[in-house]
Ligand binder design. Structure first.
Ligand code: FFO
Ligand code: GTP
Ligand code: MG
Length: 467
C-alpha cells in the first residue's frame, strides 16, 4: 500500500525543515505540476513575472496569496525537470517559520493538486529518476542521522558513491564475461572459447578479494555508525555506576554504597574524538539468592558478550590480592575475543606506592578515581587508541548498511562457487548460473537489478518525511 503511492508521478509536498517554529521554514513540492500549482498562488514583487517562465535554479521574491489574502512574503526557488534533486520539477518555498503559516501554505496546495509526500519519497524519486543509485539514496538517511565525525565521514563517503564505485566496474566486467560464456553455450557443439580464461580467473580472484574486504569492514563500520558498545562490569560496589556518570558527566545511574544497587543495564552514548562509544553500566557480579539481582547479573554477562570492549572494574583497595588476579583471569577466559580494559577504581583511598604496586601486578592497568574524576581523560585516550580509525582517514569504503552486508555475503557465496567451478575445471554452463547469481546480488546493492518493490518501500519508509 505504501509503495502504491510511490510509483505515481503526481505532485507531492512536504515540509523540508523540522516541524515547529523557526526563523524560516522550507516547503518543498516535486512533480510534473509543481511549478504551475505554486504559480497560481504566487505573486512576484516584479510585475507580470510568472514562475513557469523562469529559468531553472532561480529564486524569486513575492507573496503567497489565497483569495486576495496575503498568507506570507516568501522566497520561491524553481528547479526544472530534469535538473533538480528528484529529477522532476521542484519548487521550494521559504516562508516565515510560524507553524500557522506552514500549515496554511501546505493545506492550500493540498487542496489544489498536491498530496502529502510519504517518508523518503523525494529521495525515492531521485533514485527512480536515476539521480542516484540505491546505496547513495540509503546513505542520505545516514547523513541525516549522523551524530559523530566518524558516522558522518562514512555516510558522506557512501552518499558520494563509495560502495557503488567500488563495485560498478567489477560488475560490468563480470557481466561481459557472463555474456561471452553464455555465447559459448550457444555454440556448444563446436569447441569455441570467446571468454579469455586467464582474464576470467583474474577477475574472479579480484572480485573475491574486494568482497572479502568490504565484508570485513562491516563490523567496524557498524560499530562506528551505532556507537562502539563498551560494557562496564565488575563486582558490586566497585564504582561502575560512578564511572558511567563520570564519563557522561551526568548523574545517569543511581550510585549508593549498598552492594547490588544497579539491576537493569543502563546505557548512554558519548562521543570521544569524533567516535561514538556506547557505555553500558551493569549489575555487580556476585553469588546471590536475590532473584531480581540474578537476572541483572545474567544480563551483565550478556552485555559483555555483545560488547566490543569490556571495562573490568576492580576496587583498588582490597585485602585479597590473589583472588583479584584470579578474577581477572576468569574474565579473560570467559571473553577471549574481546578487548579488555582492567581499571582499578578508588585510588584516592590508597597511597601512591600501592598504586604503583598494582600497576606492576596487573598488566596495562588503568588507575582512576571515578568519584573524584581523576584519570578519566587517560581512560578516554586509551579508548580512542584501542579503536583503529585508520580506515576512515584512508578513504576506504566501509560498509555500514546491513542490507549491503547481506548482499555482499551472498555475492561472495556465488563467486566462491564460480571459483570452485574453475578449480574443478567443470564445464562453463554449470557455473554460468553462479555468475548470474553473483551479478544479481551485486546489482541489488546499487539497485541496478530487480530490487523487490517491498524492499524499496522498506528502505524509504525509514526516512523522515520531507526527505
Ligand atoms: N534547499 C535545499 N537544500 C538542500 C537540498 C534540497 O533539496 N534543497 N538537498 C537535498 O537533499 C541537499 C542538496 N542536494 C541537491 C542535489 C541536487 C540538486 C539539483 O538541483 N541537482 C540538479 C542540478 C545541479 C546543477 O546543475 O547545479 C541536477 O542534478 O540536475 C539540488 C540539491 C542539501 N541541501
Ligand atoms: N572513595 C571512592 N569511592 C568511590 C569511588 N567511586 C565510587 N565510589 C563509591 O563506591 C560506592 C559504590 O559506587 P557505585 O558506583 O554505586 O558502585 P557499583 O559498582 O555501580 O555498584 P553496584 O551497582 O551495586 O554493582 C558509592 O558509595 C560510591 O560513592 C571512588 O573513586 N573513590
Ligand atoms: Mg551500579
Amino acid at each position: 500500500m505504501y509503495f502504491c503511492n510511490m510509483i505515481k508521478n503526481d505532485t507531492i509536498i512536504a515540509l523540508a525543515t523540522p516541524s515547529g517554529v523557526g526563523a524560516i521554514s522550507v516547503i518543498r513540492l516535486s512533480g510534473e505540476n509543481a511549478i504551475t500549482i505554486v504559480e497560481t498562488f504566487f505573486k512576484s514583487i516584479k510585475k507580470d513575472k510568472k514562475l513557469s517562465n523562469q529559468k531553472t535554479h532561480t529564486i524569486h521574491l513575492g507573496h503567497i496569496i489565497n483569495k486576495g489574502i496575503i498568507l506570507d512574503e516568501v522566497l520561491v526557488s524553481v528547479f526544472k525537470n530534469p535538473n533538480s534533486y528528484t529529477g522532476e520539477n521542484v519548487v521550494e518555498i521559504s516562508c516565515h517559520g510560524s507553524t500557522y503559516i506552514q500549515q496554511e501554505i501546505i493545506q492550500l496546495f493540498l487542496k489544489n493538486g498536491c498530496r502529502m509526500a510519504d517518508n523518503g519519497e523525494f529521495t525515492m524519486r531521485a533514485f527512480l529518476n536515476g539521480k542516484m543509485d540505491l546505496s547513495q539514496a540509503e546513505a542520505v538517511a545516514d547523513v541525516i542521522a549522523s551524530n559523530s565525525e566518524a558516522s558522518h565521514v562514512m555516510a558522506i563517503q557512501q552518499m558520494r558513491g563509495g560502495i557503488s564505485n567500488e563495485l560498478k566496474e567489477l560488475r560490468g566486467q563480470l557481466l561481459d564475461f557472463a555474456a561471452l560464456i553464455e555465447l559459448e553455450l550457444d555454440f556448444s557443439g563446436e569447441d569455441v572459447e570467446f571468454a579469455d580464461r586467464t582474464k576470467f580467473k583474474e577477475l574472479v580472484a579480484k572480485i573475491t578479494f574486494v568482497l572479502k574486504r568490504l565484508i570485513d569492514s562491516f563490523s567496524f563500520g557498524n560499530a562506528m555508525k551505532n556507537g562502539i558498545p563498551v560494557a562496564i562490569i565488575g563486582e558490586p560496589n566497585v564504582g561502575k555506576s560512578t564511572l558511567l556518570n563520570a564519563l557522561l558527566n551526568e548523574e545517569k545511574a543511581i550510585v549508593s554504597d549498598i552492594a547490588g544497587t544497579t539491576r537493569d543495564a543502563i546505557e548512554d552514548e558519548l562521543i570521544i574524538e569524533g567516535v561514538a562509544f556506547r557505555f553500558i553500566d551493569t549489575a555487580g557480579i556476585r553469588e546471590t539468592e536475590d532473584i531480581v539481582e540474578n537476572i541483572g547479573i545474567k544480563k551483565a554477562y550478556e552485555k559483555a558478550e555483545n560488547a566490543q570492549l569490556i571495562i573490568f572494574l576492580i576496587d583498588a583497595k582490597t585485602e585479597n590480592k590473589e583472588n583479584r588476579l584470579a578474577e581477572i583471569e576468569t574474565i579473560k577466559t570467559r571473553f577471549p575475543n574481546k578487548k579488555l580494559l582492567v581499571i582499578a577504581n578508588k585510588i584516592d583511598l590508597i597511597p601512591q606506592q600501592e598504586i604503583e604496586n598494582l600497576q606492576s601486578d596487573i598488566e596495562n592497568l588503568i588507575p582512576l578515581s571515578a568519584k573524584n574524576k581523576v584519570g578519566i581523560d587517560e581512560l578516554k585516550n586509551e579508548l580512542t587508541s584501542l579503536v583503529n580509525i585508520g580506515a576512515l582517514s584512508n578513504n576506504e569504503t566501509i560498509v555500514t548498511n546491513s542490507r549491503h552486508f547481506e548482499a555482499l555475503n551472498n555475492a561472495l557465496i556465488a563467486i566462491s562457487s564460480v571459483q570452485q567451478g574453475i578449480d574443478l575445471e567443470i564445464s562453463t554452463d554449470l557455473f554460468s548460473i553462479d555468475i548470474r547469481e553473483c551479478l544479481r546480488h551485486l546489482g541489488a546493492i546499487t539497485g541496478d537489478y530487480d530490487v523487490d518493490k517491498d524492499i524499496l518501500g522498506h528502505i524509504f519508509s525509514n526516512f523522515c518525511i520531507g526527505k
